[in-house]
Ligand binder design. Structure first.
Ligand code: TTP
Ligand code: MG
Length: 481
């Protein structure tokens, strides 16, 4: 018997629109119905998204990089771009592109590995501002959230007041975070608010006035509709659909035939600006696990390993569906005499990969004595992050195991140096003060001495074993992190 545990109820899909928002029989486009039957004809949904988030944090804390191309991501040979500053985007660098390709397009950019504590802190500061506006906040990712202003202290029928609230929020974000900018969209549904913030990017505010929704979205390319990924896009292109207005020409039957019964009708509703989804305050699951009770007690390790591998794949699929990445892997073993053991391991970087979960699970299992036989075996993951960190911590000299497992076997000095002096991390020198690693290799570390509050600073090179040079743990850092 297999049991799924998905604590709390919300599982967000990779696609933005999982649920079918149907408004059967409603033809007037600019009206919105909630489940409770209340018409939402005010621009009371706000969507906020930070601009070039990770790169913007780096530019904030590294004055010499302001106004320059910055790429954050895996800096090793198999690394992937997490994000790029707008200056680097001008050269065609994009999220999810290989870092090798990014280096070809923009060789003079600064390539930095991530500083997640700094990103999480900025994210928390921004989310706290949103909760000050309204208790109805739905966080979508580390830098993005919806707010239902219906529950806020503002007259949502007053467009001037709404705009002022949005601009105040944007100014508060800059002040609280020490210089990060946010784009804000406001509209009568989640869909319109999100489209509006996209139109506002970067560093802007767009409020879609109630009644204008259908006209505003008509000329947009269908790719602008959240949930239209490469597969749907390709199918729509084959049908000659380029814009949202084109999409309206297709009948519901045609859309169902082409893109399926779940997504087709929803997409059609969106084409007419109909979206009645609530801003949901539900939380993410705290853990995802699968357990397996055997018909007969199992003594063969190989059989247990096979179960772990299979169940890790099931767990990974659920984690991926929830768009999450887990840092902790736990196994649970109930022995023949009903003794129940549980062992956990925290990985160095959050991941959603089945192999990473399985490897940790297998290693945990190998530490347990199971000769009396196993009645039940379970594997679970917890400690979720909304961005994967594995790739970002990858370096050329690091093996998968060393990257993923916190209990890293002592590596060579070269490996330790590469891991320690990752480009972009914060350091302190006894004589020169605070700075960040500009590059390392061949036994040397180059540091730029500057902080968020200084001007652009000088660059100096040291031996990587220099006792005067130390990493600064994120917790030691002051305001701005
Ligand atoms: P986004 O909001 O998608 O991107 P962004 O904030 O960098 O840029 P934009 O101005 O277009 O909003 O993602 C937020 C952060 O999430 C981003 O800074 C880095 C991280 N991220 C990844 O790690 N991998 C990815 O594939 C994407 C898209 C984002
Ligand atoms: Mg963003």
């Amino acid at each position: 018997m297999i049991v799924f545990h998905l604590q709390n109820s919300l599982v967000r899909g990779r696609a933005e629109f999982l649920t079918s928002a149907t408004c059967a029989g409603l033809t007037q486009p600019a009206e919105f119905w909630r489940d409770d039957g209340i018409v939402r004809s005010t621009a009371s949904v706000l969507h906020l998204d930070l601009d070039a988030f990770f790169a913007a944090v780096e530019q904030r804390d590294k004055p010499s990089l302001r106004g320059k191309p910055v790429v954050v991501g895996g800096v090793g040979g198999r690394g992937v771009v997490a994000t790029a500053s707008y200056e680097a985007r001008a050269f065609g660098v994009r999220s999810a592109m290989s870092t090798a390709e990014a280096r070809r397009r923009c060789p003079h950019a600064a390539y930095l590995s991530g500083r997640f504590t700094a990103y999480r802190k900025a994210s928390r500061q921004v989310m706290a501002l949103l909760y000050k506006l309204s208790p109805q906040v739905e966080q979508l990712s580390i830098d993005e959230a919806y707010v239902d202003l219906g529950a806020a202290d503002v007259d949502v029928t007053d467009l001037v007041a709404l705009r002022a609230l949005g601009e105040r929020l944007r100014a508060d974000v800059v002040r609280e975070t020490g210089g990060l900018t946010a784009s804000v969209g406001m509209g009568s549904s989640k869909f319109l608010a999100k489209v509006a913030s996209e139109l506002a990017k970067p560093d802007g505010l767009v409020l879609v006035e109630p009644g204008t929704e259908v006209d505003i979205i008509a000329p947009l390319p269908v790719r602008a509709v959240p949930g239209v990924g490469p597969v749907t896009y390709e199918k729509l292109t084959r049908l000659g659909v380029q814009t949202v207005a084109d999409l309206r020409q297709l009948t519901e039957r045609e859309l169902v035939r082409e893109i399926g019964a779940a997504w087709g009708p929803t997409l059609r509703e969106l084409a007419f600006a109909r979206d009645e989804r609530e801003v949901s305050t539900q939380r993410e699951p705290k853990s995802v696990s699968v357990e397996h009770t055997f018909e007969h007690d199992v003594r063969e390790r190989a059989q247990l390993v096979a179960v772990i591998d299979r169940d890790a794949a099931v767990v990974a699929e659920r984690v991926q569906k929830a768009r999450l990445f887990a840092r902790t892997v736990t196994i649970k073993v109930r022995l023949a005499d009903f003794t129940t053991l549980s062992r956990s391991r925290t990985l160095a970087g959050a991941t959603d990969r089945a192999e990473a979960f399985a490897r940790a699970g297998r290693e945990l299992l190998s530490g347990l004595a199971i000769s009396q036989g196993v009645r039940l075996l379970g594997i679970g993951v917890a400690n979720f992050a909304e961005v994967g960190q594995e790739e970002l911590f990858e370096t050329d000299v690091f093996t998968d195991t060393a990257v993923e497992v916190a209990e890293v076997p002592a590596g060579s000095g070269v490996q330790e140096a590469a891991r320690m002096w990752r480009p972009g991390v914060d350091v302190e020198h006894a004589t020169y003060g605070r700075g960040w690693v500009w590059g390392s290799g061949l036994g040397r570390v180059t540091v730029r001495f500057e902080t968020a509050d200084s001007g652009p600073g000088p660059v100096k090179t040291f031996a990587d074993s220099d006792p005067e040079l130390a990493l600064v743990s994120d917790e030691d850092l002051g305001n701005g992190y």
